[in-house]
Design a protein around this ligand. Sequence first.
Ligand SMILES: *[C@@H]1O[C@H](CO)[C@@H](O)[C@H](O)[C@H]1NC(C)=O
Ligand SMILES: *[C@@H]1O[C@H](CO)[C@@H](O)[C@H](O)[C@H]1NC(C)=O
Ligand SMILES: *[C@@H]1O[C@H](CO)[C@@H](O)[C@H](O)[C@H]1NC(C)=O
Ligand SMILES: *[C@@H]1O[C@H](CO)[C@@H](O)[C@H](O)[C@H]1NC(C)=O
Ligand SMILES: *[C@@H]1O[C@H](CO)[C@@H](O)[C@H](O)[C@H]1NC(C)=O
Ligand SMILES: *[C@@H]1O[C@H](CO)[C@@H](O)[C@H](O)[C@H]1NC(C)=O
Ligand SMILES: *[C@@H]1O[C@H](CO)[C@@H](O)[C@H](O)[C@H]1NC(C)=O
Ligand SMILES: *[C@@H]1O[C@H](CO)[C@@H](O)[C@H](O)[C@H]1NC(C)=O
Ligand SMILES: *[C@@H]1O[C@H](CO)[C@@H](O)[C@H](O)[C@H]1NC(C)=O
Ligand SMILES: [Cu+2]
Length: 597
Amino acid sequence: MAKFSMAASNLCVAIVALAAVAAAAVGEAAAVEHTFVVSEMKMTHLCNETLVTVVNGQLPGPAIEVTEGDSVAVHVVNKSPHNITIHWHGLKQRLNCWADGVPMVTQCPIRPGHNFTYRLNVTGQEGTLWWHAHVSCLRASLHGAFIIRPRHAYPFPKPDKEIPIVIGEWWSMNLAQLAKNMEDGYYDDSSSATTINGKLGDLYNCSGVVEDGLVLDVEPGKTYLLRLLNAALYSEYYVKIAGHEFTVVSADANYVRPFTTDVVAIGPGETLDALVVANAIPGRYYMVAVGGQAPKPDIQIPETRSRATVRYAIGAGNGDEAAPPVAPEMPDQHDFMVSFNFHGNLSSLNRPGSPPVPATADESLFVVLRMGSICRRGRLSCKRSGSKESIIVETMNNVSFQLPAVAAATPLLEELYYDHRRNGTVGGSGLDQLYTLPDRPARPFNYTDRALIPWGPNEAWLEPTEKAALARRFRHGAVVDIVFQNAAMMDTDNHPMHLHGHDMFVLAQGHDNYDTVRDVARYNLVDPPLKNTVLVPRLGWAAVRFLADNPGVWYMHCHYELHVSIGMAAVFIIEDGPTLESALPPPPVDFPKCDQQ
Ligand SMILES: *[C@@H]1O[C@H](CO)[C@@H](O)[C@H](O)[C@H]1NC(C)=O
Ligand SMILES: *[C@@H]1O[C@H](CO)[C@@H](O)[C@H](O)[C@H]1NC(C)=O
Ligand SMILES: *[C@@H]1O[C@H](CO)[C@@H](O)[C@H](O)[C@H]1NC(C)=O
Ligand SMILES: *[C@@H]1O[C@H](CO)[C@@H](O)[C@H](O)[C@H]1NC(C)=O
Ligand SMILES: *[C@@H]1O[C@H](CO)[C@@H](O)[C@H](O)[C@H]1NC(C)=O
Ligand SMILES: *[C@@H]1O[C@H](CO)[C@@H](O)[C@H](O)[C@H]1NC(C)=O
Ligand SMILES: *[C@@H]1O[C@H](CO)[C@@H](O)[C@H](O)[C@H]1NC(C)=O
Ligand SMILES: *[C@@H]1O[C@H](CO)[C@@H](O)[C@H](O)[C@H]1NC(C)=O
Ligand SMILES: *[C@@H]1O[C@H](CO)[C@@H](O)[C@H](O)[C@H]1NC(C)=O
Ligand SMILES: [Cu+2]
């Protein structure tokens, strides 16, 4: 295997952990600065040495910590052999689409040996977000937390301590190879381990050597704010701590009405803030994260789980030091109701200044999320239903996303920006290559008919699909409703659908086929949660509403890496508003160019 033979050119990584804060007096907005050196290094887990691409030699990468209202400059120095972009996941990026970090959608990538400074303003958001490379699969090792503290106060008692909890995966295989396998239609890879803050934990060992696990030292009676994020490529996780409860206070950097639960569910791309009070009998308790997956007849991957330890301070009557930590009773990995109930329990904490829920929508889309297949080598007909003559893709309303030809040379956002200004009108040139996301599927069917799961005559007629540069244009200020309906075509996975540059009100979720008459009546227009990533339940649907008021070209996609890499994506083009304050400014002067060497 050539997987591990790549030479590491710069193993002596200069670790620049510079995080200067040119803060003025308390209460004033600060300018936060970071340098991210992206490079390859060797890491050893499970007896295997793997070459991984990381920021500043760390996995997870450095956390960015700011106060609401601050501005941030991140100098990305690319010393890796890969094209790199960094996406600031969940950041609203008002009038700042240029810094959204999606290769060939918003920018030319930062080439090996080059650098670029992302400039971000953090306004109107508080809580936990994260950053990650938007380069297929490399985000498994290029990510970190983005923590936004309130300028004034939390809407809950101030916690004694804050702890980021980054759930991720360790891949012994090379991630660039993984990405290539996905593109080639080989889907059988799975991660080597689940990680919590980069550590595999004591469920994993090799040749008798047990992997390190995260230890959280707590003091009795104190309150901890856990800032959770799921950076995994593959799985939603169910997380529990034996003997403790979570009080969920925020999701996707939007405060929620606090609720208490013994289990949280977090899909890839989602973030959560939860308070945990150290109120158990002093001792040691496991925190366990188990990966959820749809039950058979869906294809199964080996169950994934990792654990950390919550340890009460020594001298606090620590009980029996030799006794093993108390383990929580975990839900079954197939119990998708854990996720449905958890997400159904989220509602907004309405506060003065919270954005109002628009009462009605200007546009309504019904988007069916499902698999399909495409003949290899451009053939028009071929054997399907699992045959190697065809390749499986993911679709939205029967179209699988691919970048248009123009994006080989010019990012779509630049194309839009300059085309628009050249002609004074929108359209023309490369943008003609876009394909409009249809309002609804051309041919409706019973989306949750389980007979469509196994390959065969029931699903075969639905398989043929196409690839196109799926896009949808919205007038500035339009209120857009989207019902995402999952279809049981070949699998019944849920889909964490992520929209860049906007939060979406989640008005309702449900099982089975969405029914306009029945389900519109159930919309929560009072306190729906605001999310940048909405988990569309398996064999069900989710209805969202968002205000299209941030001009630019925004990627919208499933946050399962396999699904996005095989086409579950689209771009949303939001037009400029009528004033200078509502139009996209020009790109940064030092913006990367695609043709530079
Ligand atoms: C370690 O690497 C070898 C060779 O690539 C592979 O066969 C084996 O499965 C790996 N082990 C683990 C635990 O990933
Ligand atoms: C970034 O690139 C510029 C121009 O190539 C160079 O002058 C500068 O020193 C670089 N900065 C870092 C931090 O490498
Ligand atoms: C951040 O806000 C300041 C003040 O409004 C503005 O001058 C600057 O252009 C903004 N920067 C970005 C990247 O949006
Ligand atoms: C090592 O892992 C195996 C398989 O997961 C497990 O059965 C065994 O108990 C572990 N050994 C140690 C020392 O943790
Ligand atoms: C909230 O969760 C509980 C179980 O924990 C469940 O019974 C209830 O239906 C959920 N609420 C919603 C709105 O889904
Ligand atoms: C806009 O300008 C480009 C290049 O100048 C041209 O190819 C395109 O047709 C124009 N579009 C319209 C709508 O006039
Ligand atoms: C869809 O299929 C399921 C069987 O999997 C069936 O229970 C349900 O009634 C069907 N719904 C409609 C609207 O036909
Ligand atoms: C899906 O799209 C393909 C390609 O355009 C078309 O042949 C097929 O009929 C469509 N399927 C459905 C169910 O609309
Ligand atoms: C890196 O990006 C450049 C510019 O977009 C492109 O020409 C090149 O093919 C990319 N290289 C890789 C390995 O993707
Ligand atoms: Cu998906």
